[in-house]
Design a protein around this ligand. Structure first.
Ligand code: ZN
Length: 353
């Protein structure tokens, strides 16, 4: 038995639609394909952990790329495996005696996703045997990193023959290029060839994405807006990670921790052009299945064209980038060789059965 789940980072349905994808279509012809919901905030860590634990953040505890620890009064990257409140599907399968492999783009994700795996590696810092066989990875900020990961996954299936393999790529290309650009078309063709090669070598495969991608032209400075209202608060911009080349830490979702008072005080934020919704924590938790104890007082969501971050003067500014984080980037494609229909990307492992 060989089972494969592939998470194709940032593969908005628009990218898939812009190119011929014979590999994807072949799998769809005998299985099923379509679009499904990803998790909100529509971020890499949230959705990778959701997929590997087959659970919502309310169950697994992972609420962003960054989180706020009120006790230490500091923000930290959400990379540590100790933050996971649920075992991964890979761990469960390892418990059953299956051999388990995980390949991810960034080294930091290995800690969360690769727990108890027989083989867990990243494109950022691969083991020598993998780099010797597949070639040195082209660097995680390069367009070739995703193709390298697909090649590495094929090599692992051929040479190590694991019972289950999870492979997760990187979204640097869709952050930098729209669906009609040559670099994006090449990226999709490489992913498509990779998915096809993995399908040929497996008994069951599900490929999906963590989040979509949209062009962003407006930046809203939530901190400045709160200052204007004379509210003391900690703003956690959830896309924030150490890989600022991708998105400059500008994304469409933030948690707000108020010094005192209730989320009602945040209502004026919703009037700002570029803020779509200000959801009190209880409402946000209910709508997006988030843990109430780890999202502060409110979740602020951007529009299809806005992100949150510092602006030079005032509360709103102009930006020019492609990014994600809001619910506008939650729609993702999937294909399942088994014919499984997915409502959510976190059903990928269940879709193997
Ligand atoms: Zn991502």
């Amino acid at each position: 038995m060989t089972h494969v789940v592939a998470c194709l980072d940032g593969l908005d349905p628009e990218y898939l639609a812009a190119v011929e994808t014979p590999g994807w279509d072949r799998i769809a012809a005998r299985g099923d394909a379509g679009t499904c919901e990803g998790l909100v905030p529509s971020l890499t860590n949230v959705n990778n952990v959701g997929i590997v634990t087959a659970s919502f953040p309310a169950e697994n505890g992972v609420t962003g790329n960054t989180y706020y620890d009120p006790e230490r009064d500091e923000q930290a990257y959400m990379n540590d495996a100790s933050l996971l409140r649920r075992r991964t599907e890979l761990q469960r399968r390892a418990d059953r005696g299956e051999t388990v492999a995980a390949l991810v783009a960034k080294d930091k994700l290995v800690g969360m996703v690769g727990q108890d795996c027989d083989l867990a590696a990243s494109a950022e810092d691969p083991p020598d045997w993998l780099a010797d066989a597949v070639g040195e990875p082209p660097g995680i900020y390069s367009g070739g990193a995703s193709a390298w990961l697909m090649d590495a996954a094929v090599h692992v299936l051929d040479e190590r023959d694991p019972d289950v393999l999870y492979v997760s790529t990187t979204d640097v290309i869709p952050h930098k290029h729209g669906p009609e650009e040559t670099a994006a078309e090449e990226w999709v063709r490489e992913l498509d060839a990779g998915v096809a090669a993995l399908a040929e070598r497996s008994d069951a495969l599900v490929a999906t994405a963590d989040h979509g991608m949209n062009r962003k032209s407006v930046c809203v400075d939530i901190e400045a807006a709160l200052d204007r209202e004379e509210l003391d608060a900690e703003v956690v911009r959830l896309i924030t990670d150490e890989h600022t080349y991708h998105h400059q830490n500008l994304g469409g979702a933030a948690y707000v921790y108020l010094e005192d008072g209730s989320a009602d005080a945040l209502a004026p934020l919703a009037d700002i052009d570029g803020v779509e919704e200000v959801l009190p924590a209880t409402e946000a938790a209910e709508r997006f299945r988030l843990p109430t104890d780890a999202i502060g007082d409110a979740l602020v969501l951007g529009t299809e064209s806005s992100v949150f971050g510092p602006v030079e003067e005032g509360v709103r500014g102009s930006v020019e980038l492609r990014s994600h984080g809001s619910h506008h980037e939650r729609r993702v494609p999937y294909v399942a060789s088994t014919g499984a229909t997915l409502d959510y990307n976190i059903e990928a492992f269940r879709g193997l059965e």
